[in-house]
Design a protein around this ligand. Structure first.
Ligand code: 1GP
Length: 223
């Protein structure tokens, strides 16, 4: 698919294991979000009932930010078809994708092939633990750029720079600027973002999308 989201989009992350759909909706309804990412790194059961309830509450596009194939269902407008390219675990580079592809076809879902890059956010994250991969050190900019260029040449349609949910340190602004100047792909940034001011700085650095999760869930967001 072609990238359809306006530059400067704000996406909110819904973790169905943490809040009920109505609770989440109440927290975000005054928030100026452009879309809802739905994802959880560890799910103890079916999340599709909750996704359906959320869809009934809002007109915002719902985008799956998948943790496993069990999170797929027909209620999403898009699926971020993520490949964890900062890691070297074949399961998250191609394995899960092969399992998911027939289901995606059957459900007729639109996918956004996305290069998912973990950047060290100063804390050990669930994604690192589950994927058994290490993030790229935050000061190794040239390494991040090399991954982003590889993603472009492999045909990915977006890059997701991820410091990890609840990160102490979010992705460096300078890094976003460098990635945007080297690679002409939409860039999504997330992890540890708690302030409106941070969001604006990411947009000024060229980020196409900023994702906010924990701060909204914990009512810790500062305008
Ligand atoms: C999405 O993991 C992020 O990229 C969300 O991070 O929960 O820290 O906002 P937070």
């Amino acid at each position: 698919m072609n990238w359809v989201f306006p530059k400067g989009s704000l996406w909110v992350l819904y973790d169905p294991e943490r809040l009920k759909p109505q609770e989440f909706y109440d927290r975000i309804k005054e928030f100026d979000a452009n879309a809802i990412l739905v994802g959880t790194s560890f799910s103890e059961g079916e999340i599709c009932d909750k996704v359906k309830k959320l869809k009934d509450l809002t007109d915002l596009p719902l985008i799956l930010f998948p943790g496993s194939i069990y999170q797929l269902c027909e209620y999403y407008d898009y699926v971020l078809f993520l490949s964890l390219i900062s890691g070297r675990n074949p399961e998250y580079l191609i394995g899960e994708h092969v399992k998911a592809a027939p289901l995606i076809k059957k459900m007729n879902l639109k996918v956004i092939p996305t290069a998912y890059i973990l950047i060290d956010g100063g804390t050990y994250t669930a994604t690192e633990y589950i994927s058994n991969t290490k993030p790229i050190p935050r000061n190794k900019h040239e390494l991040v750029i090399a991954h982003c260029l590889a993603a472009k040449y492999l045909g990915f349609q977006a890059i997701y720079l991820e410091a990890g949910s609840g990160a102490i340190l979010s992705v460096p602004y300078e890094l976003v600027r460098m990635v945007k100047s080297e690679v002409d792909l939409p860039v999504i940034v997330g992890g540890g973002i708690r302030l409106k001011e941070q969001v604006n700085k990411y947009f000024n650095s060229g980020a196409d999308v900023v994702v906010v999760g924990t701060a909204l869930e914990d009512n810790d967001w500062e305008d």
